[in-house]
Ligand binder design. Structure first.
Ligand code: HEC
Ligand code: HEC
Ligand code: HEC
Ligand code: HEC
Length: 198
């Protein structure tokens, strides 16, 4: 009798174990599916930084790794599905380069060294961070500024931005709101209009 009971108990245990195992595998399935999704190429030959024929694009790609003196996998795997920290940063850099109408060597000498515009470039990245803009808010290609860029240029000069930095702009503009005016800014604008008799 006791033996029979033990047998039954064993059966129950096996049964529970089976359920547990099947749950375990069921739990694995969706995570596999997620992985499949992650591995599907999401970006190939689509970044506006790359232009022209296949050969021209390949040459552009090679210029990047030559400039930085690194292998391709410094930034991404062969399928362009996995990007390193540097690869992700490079995507941002490509956006900046497109806005400026330049290639990476406009600012980079190699992986560790920059050209003389380094400080200005760093300040520009900082400005974008503070004001919530991208480079193309002001830059419209090589040596070209947007209308807002022209206004910024005046503000840079009158406010000694190169020395005083971007924080002072928050006296009249709202942080992260792409130079939207704050209350003080509106008062200044209205005073300006008053002066012009508008
Ligand atoms: C410094 C980082 C970096 C290095 C080094 C690098 N790449 Fe890339 N590559 C990128 C980034 C960033 C993209 C754009 C990806 C995106 O927009 O999603 C890209 C895009 C590409 C593309 C797509 C081009 C297109 O027309 O859209 C190819 C192909 C490519 N890389 C191949 C290579 C090969 C081959 C090497 C080595 C010779 C290499 N890359 C080295 C960062 C790098
Ligand atoms: C307008 C100037 C400028 C251009 C153009 C530019 N960069 Fe940069 N890049 C910088 C500056 C400045 C830094 C340092 C940023 C910092 O300190 O946060 C930097 C940093 C980087 C880094 C990170 C380096 C590290 O060790 O963390 C990578 C990678 C990079 N750039 C790749 C590129 C690629 C690829 C291109 C061309 C598609 C490019 N950059 C174009 C100015 C530029
Ligand atoms: C709020 C406007 C504004 C934004 C946003 C902006 N810039 Fe600029 N940038 C300017 C102005 C104005 C100049 C000066 C142009 C001149 O003197 O003719 C300039 C000049 C530069 C220069 C020096 C000239 C050159 O071509 O080497 C660099 C480098 C630069 N910007 C990089 C950037 C980068 C990178 C970004 C994005 C991270 C950016 N800028 C975003 C307004 C802006
Ligand atoms: C004392 C107030 C004040 C300060 C400080 C100030 N601005 Fe402005 N800014 C204004 C006013 C008012 C306007 C709107 C009138 C105009 O467009 O000329 C404006 C407009 C702008 C615009 C155009 C925005 C758009 O959407 O058209 C840009 C870009 C700009 N300012 C950049 C800057 C920068 C960069 C700084 C810091 C170096 C700065 N401003 C500091 C008052 C200020």
């Amino acid at each position: 009798m006791l033996k029979l009971f033990q047998k039954k108990l064993l059966k129950v245990h096996v049964f529970i174990a089976c359920i547990a195992i099947s749950f375990y595998f069921e739990a694995l399935v969706p995570s596999n599916a997620e992985q499949v999704e992650k591995n599907t190429p999401s970006v190939t030959y689509s970044n506006p930084y790359f232009k022209g024929t296949r050969e021209e694009r390949d040459a552009q790609v090679k210029r990047i790794s030559t400039l930085f003196g690194v292998e391709c996998n410094f930034c991404h795997n062969e399928d362009l599905t996995v990007f390193s920290k540097e690869g992700e940063k490079s995507k941002e850099m490509m956006k900046a380069s497109v806005a400026l109408g330049v290639e990476c060597d406009h600012c980079h000498v190699d992986r560790k060294h920059y050209k003389e515009n380094e400080q200005q470039a760093k300040k520009m990245f900082e400005l974008c961070e503070i004001m919530g803009t991208e480079c193309n808010f002001c830059h419209a290609g090589k040596d070209k500024l947007t209308a807002k860029g022209e206004k910024a240029k005046t503000a840079f000069l009158t406010r000694a931005w190169a020395i005083e930095g971007t924080k002072q702009c928050l006296e009249c503009h709202t942080e992260k709101k792409q130079f939207a005016l704050n209350f003080n800014g509106w008062q200044v604008l209205n005073a300006m209009k008053g002066l012009k008799g508008m």
